[in-house]
Design a protein. Structure first.
Length: 94
């Protein structure tokens, strides 16, 4: 695999269609995506549903990482997690 395609920088605004389309394309290509939202993105519900719909097309190297730094645990809905999710909670104590 050509590693130059693994990391791409994208500016994903809070509009719904562009981020979902871009991330789904990354899922099919096996890219890694890191999202660092300042506010909870409106497109997350649609994104999670779309990823479930294309599950059989997702490349085995695809990774979606979401940095919710600055959010409390109660601000992050359980609905964005799936069976394939790994969550890591870091705070001042760890």
């Amino acid at each position: 695999m050509d590693e130059s395609n693994l990391v791409k920088e994208m500016n994903l605004d809070n509009a719904e269609e562009k981020p979902v389309k871009t991330i789904l394309q990354s899922a099919r290509e096996g890219n890694w995506v890191l999202i660092c939202p300042v506010q909870f993105p409106q497109y997350f519900t649609k994104l999670m549903q779309s990823l479930k719909e294309i599950k059989s097309e997702i490349h085995e190297n695809f990774r979606l990482m979401i940095d919710f730094q600055g959010f409390t645990q109660s601000e992050i809905p359980d609905s964005i997690l799936s069976d394939e999710s790994v969550t890591i909670h870091l705070d001042e104590s760890n």
